[in-house]
Design a protein around this ligand. Sequence first.
Ligand code: FCB
Length: 471
Amino acid sequence: MTDERQAAEREATASTRETGFPAGFHWGAATAAYQIEGAVRADGRGESIWDRFSHTPGAIVDGSTGDDACDSYHRLDHDLDLLARLGLTAYRFSIAWPRIFPTGRGPLNEAGLAYYARLIDGLLARGIAPFATLYHWDLPQALEDRGGWLNRDTAGFFADFAAALGRRLGDRIAHWITLNEPHIVAYEGYLYGQKAPGKRDAALLAPVSHHLLLAHGRAVQALRAETPAATQIGLALNLTAIESATDRAEDVEAAALLDGLWHRWYLDPLYRASYPDDVQRALPLPPDLVRAGDLETIAGQTDFLGVNYYTRARVKAGVGPRPRILPPAGRRCTMGWEIYPDGLEPILRRLRSDYQPARLYITENGVPVADTLTASGEVHDDARIEYLREHLQAARAAIAAGVPLAGYFVWSLLDNFEWQLGYTQRFGLAYTDYATQRRIPKDSARFYAALAATNGATLDTSRDDLTPPSV
Ligand code: FCB
């Protein structure tokens, strides 16, 4: 180890002793292109499956679309300044594939790329580390027309997209996230049909998941070939605290199966180059799906695992092999999800013991609240403050237990388009007034800014004793 690295490690340990968070811990917020950008026809952007889906009557609960969303495409400087006012040290955003390749492949659209170059340069100028996600669900519609994720070729097109971005932006991005939540793409996009492309067929789960994982593996190779050696590449999986509702053997087994379907089905190929045997009995792999070399590609070396954590699922045996998820037992948010901070630390510890990722980030965590703007223009979101506090306390406990957690990203920077729930859910640190597109930092933004400013030292400080930075 070099002296420099030893010094850095000593400093990290000292900081961990003081605040519970290592020096250099990233305090970030996350967004996704279709949820905030709007400007869906600007500068040559092509159509995505979310444009098509959100314009399908009945698909979005409030009849809205992402056509305008938070108009972040036109308010880029303003949003960059907001990040800087909050003092965040990292920003996770996604790059819309159809802005770069309007039909998914072919000639690169320079105007679309220029937007992300401005975003990245703007972050760096403000001392904020860019974490770029390549696929946050906005597949170019032209690729969907060729079979989308059911078509193995999509993995290759995705690798080409990754290579082009690596070539053009790789000198300025130290952290890349290939995919966001392949499990949600498969289940909500292809089994339950609540999300784009809105298909409902259990037979599609295995091919879609496999092609997504293959796309990840190929994109990692493509990025490695095009980016500097120190570049960190990972992906973001959503993990749920899955618990058996009772000690009965059949319920324990059902919980293990659900953990297999939702978690190990992705983690095992990524970290062990195999699909779990027990799950294959419930979700058989069609012949010819997994070709020679695929699993080695998928399990190629990643630098970190991103964890998106929101809630718990309590499970009982169902009729036949399908696990049954019980309605939430405790506190719930406006989306109906149970608020369950106790689930986070065990998940992080389990990832470390079962899969040993070199580094972990919490790439999403947050809560929708029925926020209202007071007459004096404030948003008192105490419930969000408590949610963030409890989850960050769990994250800190995981760090104390030796989990290599290097950062945390609140979902989300702004209230935004929450997929099939439209604009009915407010997740932001800043309130979006959609009529004027004004962003109003909520009380939680001040709470979080204090954490970013002190590397977590104010985490246990009660609200009354906290003098938060003005944002
Ligand atoms: C996650 C998504 C993110 C957001 C949150 C609430 O599954 O990645 O875009 O919708 O849920």
